[in-house]
Design a protein around this ligand. Sequence first.
Ligand code: HEC
Ligand code: HEC
Length: 332
Amino acid sequence: MTHTMPKVFGFLLVVLGLYLWIGYAITDLSGGEKKSSGAVDISPEGGEAIYWGRGRCFTCHSVGGQGSAVRGPNHGQFGEKFPLPMGARAVERAKVRAEKLGKPFTAVDYMVESLATPGAYVVEGYKNEMAVVYAPPISLSLKEIKAVIAYLMAQGGDLDMEAIDTKPGEVTAQFYAKISAAAEAGGGDPGKGAVVYEENCTDCHVLNGEGGETGPELTGIAGKGLKFISAAVLQPAKAITKGFETHVVVDKNGRQTVGLKSSDEAAEIVITKANGDEVTIAKADIKTITIDKNKSVMPDDLSEAMTVKDYQDLLSFLMLQKGAKKGGEEKK
Ligand code: HEC
Ligand code: HEC
C-alpha cells in the first residue's frame, strides 16, 4: 500500500523540509526564536515530543494503537506481528546482531544502529526505506536522537540513561561519532552519494579534474554550504551561476537554439546545449539573442529521478568536496 508511494511525494517532503529548515536558519541568523538543540531534554518525554513532532517518526511508525502509519514496524506491542514493544524487542534484536557480528551488542547498540545505519539490519517484511533521520529534511541532532532512543527504550525495556547518554558503550559511541560527523557533512552516506553523483551530474560538471565542462566546476563546492548546494540542485533557475546564463538565440530562419554561450568571437558564437552539443552560429545570421532568467541549462527535474535517500547521500558527498580548484583563478 504505502510502499507504492511515489518518489515525487518523498521529494515534496524534502522540499517542504528544506523550506522549514531555511526558515529555522533565518530565524537563527536574525537572532529570533532559537531552535537550538541545546534545549532538547534527553529523556523519554523529550523523545516523545520529537517522535511525534519534528523527528517525523510518526509518518512511518505507530506506537501500539497510537498513530496509524504502517510503512515501518510498530514500536509498541501490537497484534500478533508485534508481540514485544520496542524496548523489549531491542533486546531480542541485539542478540541476533551479536551473533551475526560476532561481538557483544546491547539493546541500546541495536537501537542506535537502527538510526545510525538503518540498512545494517532490515526488519523482515519491510523495505530498507527507513529515513536517515540526522540528514535533511529531518536533520535531528545527536541530542535529539538520544532523546528519541530514550523514548523507545522506555517502551517495555530497561531504560539505562547512562548507556544512552553519559556513558555510551563502545559500539554506541562509534555510531554516535558517525552521526555527528555525518550530520556535519549534511547527513547521508557520501560513498553512495558518489554513485548518485556519477549517474546524474558528472556529464556536466568537472569535479577534481574529471567530468564534462557544460556547467561550473564543482571542485571545492562544499565551501558554498549545504543550503546553497541543495537549492542549486532542487531549483537551478533560482540562482543561476554568473557566466552560465541560458541564452536563447533565434536566427533569421526562425530557428531557435537554447544553451550556454561558450564562445563569442568576432563573427560567430558557440552555444552549448544541455545535451553537450555545440552549435556554431554566425553573428550575421542572428535575429535575436536573449537571456532566459527563468530557465537553467541544468535540468530542474534531476531530483525526481532520485529517492530521498539518494538525495541525502548526494548532498553529503558534495559537502565533503573541499578540495581546491586547479589553476587558482579564484582568489579568496
Ligand atoms: C520514511 C519512513 C520512516 C521514517 C520517517 C522513520 N522510519 Fe524507522 N523504519 C522505517 C522502516 C521501513 C523500517 C523497517 C526497515 C528497517 O529495519 O530498516 C524502520 C525501522 C525502524 C526501527 C527498527 C524497528 C525494529 O522493529 O527493529 C527503529 C527503532 C526505527 N525505525 C526508529 C525510527 C525513529 C526513532 C524515527 C524518527 C526519528 C524513524 N524510525 C523514522 C521507516 C521510517
Ligand atoms: C545538463 C547539464 C547539467 C547536469 C546534468 C547537472 N548540472 Fe549542475 N549546473 C549546470 C549548469 C549549466 C549550471 C549553471 C547554471 C545554474 O546555476 O543553474 C549548473 C550549476 C550547478 C551548481 C551551482 C554551482 C555554483 O558554483 O554556482 C551546482 C551546485 C550544481 N549545478 C550541482 C549539480 C548536481 C549535484 C548535479 C547532479 C544531480 C548537476 N548539477 C547536474 C549543468 C548541469
